[in-house]
Ligand binder design. Structure first.
Ligand code: FES
Length: 88
């Protein structure tokens, strides 16, 4: 897991790189803007609010981003995506 602590139950962002799926916190760690409104090119996810960037495969911060994304374990099986969310 990369990022700023345990995932919060505020939603999950599923990123499809075209060959793999990844699950992250749904909100930007900067100011809690929805990351689903951002863009990604298959390797870099960019929040459009202030342009913080994250590695799509790890959630690690890139460029000016000061913290990374919290991730969730995800498994693709028989056409379904399973995401593990740890309870309190
Ligand atoms: S809210 Fe995402 S970079 Fe500022």
């Amino acid at each position: 897991m990369q990022g700023s602590g345990p995932p919060r139950a505020t939603g999950i962002l599923i990123v499809n790189t075209g060959s793999e799926y990844f699950a992250y916190q749904a909100q930007c760690p900067h100011e809690a803007v929805r990351l689903e409104d951002g863009i990604h090119d298959g390797s870099v996810l960019t929040c459009l609010e202030h342009l913080w960037q994250f590695d799509v495969r790890t959630g690690a911060p890139l460029g000016d981003a000061e913290t990374g994304l919290s991730s969730y374990r995800l498994k693709e099986e028989e056409g379904a995506l399973h995401v593990w969310i740890e309870g309190p």
